[in-house]
Ligand binder design. Structure first.
Ligand SMILES: NC(=O)NC(NC(N)=O)C(=O)[O-]
Ligand SMILES: [Zn+2]
Ligand SMILES: [Zn+2]
Length: 446
């Protein structure tokens, strides 16, 4: 009898504090042994020779919108999860909105879970929503295993997911704190964004730059300050998603220092793209908060290097091409970027290669930190007893991203045409190879 299901030999194993040569043995979906600097004895049903390659903990993408049920024509759990696997991600947290019905009660959560069980090729997890109508449903969502709750402080762009006024947020946070869960927020100020947009539009100012100026950094800062105060008043754990600027991160940093239980996410697009890209690529690069200028991008990289940011999530928020085509009015068209497949590519090319961001930091931001923050006790690390969720990467291989390389339902992305260094060769989910030689080789996660 063979000792293991799989042995990965001679890979450079990347953890949050080191990169070391070693072997990894896997059985029953779990990592059985990690041997640094020596060979694992015993045999296996399959061996992968990882000589010259790097083995990362699979990415945990804590922020995707896969739109199913109800809006699968925008993406779907199958295409969305396949794109993650192709990019080295092994777990996703699906946001409660852009699916219909949205995940705002236990019944709707059950619908989404059942579909993910049939279709996802990586591990699915779910956020519940906090909306003005569902305070009474939060506990039921929690009891059914949501990661936490997501609220919008400004309009979400989706009719069946209302944004939360301050009363809702405060009440919701008290409730969420009562069972020890966490609130994730889209933090932009409704007052600032709406009034500035109204002004611009009434003056016929609708360029990319006008759109960006209608959602300024101060609008994020104002909302973040307010929600931090609510967190301090209620004791509710807080996670600020998609911070677009280090100035926002600084506010969160100060709160952390006072002992507030708050973390912050940024996204690959704020690290790889600027307002210029929005001007050039149009709707493909439209999101909210919007892309910023180059100096902000560099500051965000500095914040990453300095450990001020906790998590990188893709905020993959796809839509059909027709909704991403903007001719002259940037206030029209879907706000959301298709990018889930490229997170690691961007961190390696723009981070590791261009700005000396250590591989260890990439592991922290994409695996170890999200696992810790959101209570995935068997994920995020390459260590004995952990789930065998892994990405094997050739750091020396370069490629240019083409539309046809994308697994998304709609094969467009602002990253198409970019040349990346570092290519995912294999992705393993629960010990099973799901992506190999450029192809997805399973139908669903085991
Ligand atoms: N309805 C959305 O998917 N919105 C998303 N859109 C972005 N980020 O542009 C988000 O996370 O706010
Ligand atoms: Zn958002
Ligand atoms: Zn989002």
């Amino acid at each position: 009898m063979t000792s293991y299901d799989l042995i990965i030999r001679n890979g450079n194993i990347v953890s949050a504090d080191s990169v070391q040569l070693g072997d990894i043995a896997i059985k029953d979906g779990k990592i059985q042994e990690v041997a640094y600097g020596r060979k694992i004895d015993g045999d296996a049903l399959k061996e992968i020779n990882a000589e010259g390659l790097h083995v990362f903990p699979g990415l945990i993408d804590s922020h995707v919108h896969f739109n199913e049920p109800g809006r699968a024509e925008w993406e779907g759990l199958e295409t969305g999860s396949k794109s993650l696997a192709a990019g080295g991600a092994t777990t996703f947290f699906d946001m409660p909105l852009n699916s219909t019905p949205p995940t705002i009660n236990a019944e709707n959560l059950a619908l989404k879970k059942a579909l993910a069980d049939q279709k996802a090729v990586v591990n699915p997890r779910f956020w519940g929503g906090l909306v003005p109508e569902n305070i009474k449903d939060l506990k039921g969502l929690h009891d059914n295993g949501v990661i936490g709750f997501k609220a919008f402080m400004s309009p979400s762009g989706i009719a069946d997911f209302n944004h939360s006024d301050d009363e809702t947020i405060f009440k919701g946070m008290k409730e969420i704190a009562s069972f020890g869960s966490i609130l994730a927020v889209h933090a932009e100020s409704t007052v600032i964004c709406e009034q500035l947009a109204e002004e611009k539009i009434s003056q016929g100012k609708t360029s990319a730059r006008d759109y960006v100026e209608s959602r300024p950094i101060i609008s994020e800062i104002e909302a973040v300050r307010r929600i931090i105060s609510y967190s301090e008043a209620t004791g509710c754990k807080l996670h600020v998603v998609h911070a677009s600027s280090r100035k926002v991160v600084k506010i969160i940093e100060e709160a952390k220092q006072r002992g507030v239980n708050v973390t912050v996410e940024t996204c690959p697009h704020y690290l790889a793209l600027t307002v210029k890209d929005l001007e050039e690529k149009g709707g493909l690069a439209k999101c909210a908060p919007p892309l910023r200028d180059e100096d902000e991008v560099e500051e965000l990289w500095a914040a990453l290097a300095n450990g001020e940011i906790d998590v990188i999530g893709s905020d993959h928020s796809p839509a059909p091409a027709s909704m991403k085509t903007i001719t002259d009015n940037f206030f029209e068209g879907w706000g959301g970027i298709s990018g889930a497949q490229s997170t690691l590519n961007i961190l390696l090319t723009e981070g590791y290669y261009k700005r000396n961001l250590p591989l260890e930091k990439i592991v922290k931001l994409t695996a170890e930190n999200p696992a810790k923050r959101f209570g995935l006790s068997t994920k995020g690390k390459i260590a004995t007893g952990y789930d065998a969720d892994l990405a094997i990467v050739d750091l020396n291989e370069s490629f240019t991203l083409h539309n046809e390389d994308l697994y998304y339902r709609h094969k467009h992305s602002p990253y198409v045409g970019m040349t990346f260094k570092g290519k995912v060769k294999n992705t393993l989910v629960n010990g099973e190879v799901v992506f190999e030689n450029g192809k997805i080789i399973v139908d669903k996660v085991q």
